[in-house]
Design a protein around this ligand. Structure first.
Ligand code: GLY
Length: 425
């Protein structure tokens, strides 16, 4: 079959590799990702004009389409593909609101009394804002309603030192967007669960933990994600099965609620959860594969991804998706100054460094497989696959000598000292 993939980051490289194992790939790219270009039978540059993408799909007799990035799910593309009778395994603009509008996500959770909701208030005037902070002395997370590329949420006690800073940041958001979401700050270990869904069946993938902070020991500003880990038994060593099951149930409940709300969700959905001392809490819900967490799970996926897409489209998904029982550790190579003042740079990657237990996925780069030019975003996702998280981390570290250039990477992700500290906590 001819499969159209939209997007060209590390996540899409992982999707592209799975599609091209069995079917013929056509791609719509925002950057000239050398790995995706190599795998594609035909490529077009992304445009906001969806009709041009439909024309490309028709010309190449596309049988199924899949859209990766959040900002493209927030356009009319998926709806236009459907109107033009091109099957697609991604949510339309309305269903994608579960990610693109945090107001909608909290509305669904409240209306359908879904466990895991966080105390929250939507504020649209500055008077209301100062009253709110005068009358409440908890710590809060200040969140824009729409997409922020993982960088718009600021939390008191982390990125905001006091109530005055919180009011200032929330006021800026009101000036820009007309409203701001204020959520009570929750404390606990975060984890991601991604699932395939046809709006009826929710097939969960292995649990992954994403490391968002720029510096080692989880310090510094938030980024798109510096790396991620998953364990052999698909649960993380510092989470219990009960906690994971609670989160899986919440995700199922959200999918059911959206169907009941006449806004069925079909595609990949992912929950960012927090394990607090008063239960599992929903930090956010996203309408897509996570990046980097998707790379962990897609590297392990045994089932045929195109069959899964077909089942999502035809609403015949079954809960029988298979993954390899291995641990994975992913560390992103990013340009120097990433997240603060990034500089574009060149990286050289030694020929044929991939093995059964080590892979290199290409993200926001262009060039060739052996020499890439970076952008200001994440560059290469290095992933180790092993029986334990620590071994998988060592595999990544052992392969760094094959990549040269000026770059930054978090070495601590998946190390024994990091994991044992989390188990103790
Ligand atoms: N892992 C963060 C994201 O995909 O939004």
């Amino acid at each position: 079959m001819n499969i159209l993939l939209v997007g060209s980051g590390g996540r899409e490289d992982a999707i592209a590799r799975k599609i091209s194992e069995t079917d013929t790939l056509y791609s719509v790219v925002t950057n000239e990702n050398p790995s995706i270009l190599r795998l594609s039978n035909g490529v077009m540059k992304y445009t906001k004009n969806s009709q041009e993408i439909i024309n490309f799909a028709n010309k190449n007799k596309i049988d199924m389409a899949f859209v990766g990035p959040d900002d493209i799910l927030d356009t009319d593309l998926v709806d236009k593909l459907r109107e033009n009778h091109i099957p697609v395994a991604s949510p339309g603009k309305n269903a994608a609101m579960i990610e693109t509008s945090k107001e909608y996500m909290r509305y669904i959770m409240k209306k359908y009394k879904i466990k895991g909701d966080i105390e929250n208030t939507l504020i649209s005037s500055k008077d209301e804002l100062s009253n709110f902070f005068k009358n409440n002395d908890f710590e809060y997370a200040i969140k824009p309603i729409g997409l922020t590329g993982g960088k718009g949420v600021k939390v008191m006690g982390l990125q905001l030192s006091n109530a005055a800073e919180a009011v200032k940041y929330a006021s800026e958001i009101i000036d820009r967007d007309g409203k701001v979401l204020i959520e009570k700050r929750e404390i606990g270990e975060e984890f991601s669960i991604q699932a395939f869904t046809d709006s009826k069946t929710v097939a969960c993938m292995p649990v992954v933990q994403d490391y968002k902070r720029l510096y080692e020991n989880d310090l510094g500003p938030n980024t798109g994600g510096m790396g991620s880990i998953s364990d052999k038994n698909f649960i993380l060593p510092f989470l219990s099965i009960d906690v994971v099951n609670e989160a899986r149930e919440i995700l199922k409940h959200i999918v059911n609620a959206m169907k009941e709300d006449n806004n069925p969700f079909k595609g990949v959905i992912y929950g960012q959860f927090m394990n607090t001392d008063h239960g599992v809490k929903v930090i956010e819900i996203n309408a897509r594969f996570a990046d980097p967490e998707s790379i962990n799970v897609l590297t392990l996926l045994k089932s045929n991804i195109v069959d899964i897409f077909l089942d999502i489209y035809s609403e015949t998904l079954k809960n029988n998706i298979k993954f390899i029982n291995k641990a994975t550790v992913l560390k992103y190579i990013v340009p120097p100054g990433y997240g603060i003042k990034p500089r574009e740079t060149e990286l050289t990657i030694k020929d044929r460094i991939e093995t059964d237990n080590f892979k290199v996925y290409y993200s926001s780069v262009s060039g060739t497989l052996n020499k890439v030019t970076t952008t200001k975003s994440r560059s290469l996702a290095l992933i180790g696959i092993a029986d334990t998280i620590y071994e998988a981390s060592d595999i990544v570290e052992g392969n760094l000598k094959y990549i040269t250039g000026d770059y930054y990477i978090r070495h601590d992700i998946g190390t024994e000292s990091m994991i044992s500290r989390k188990i103790k906590d």
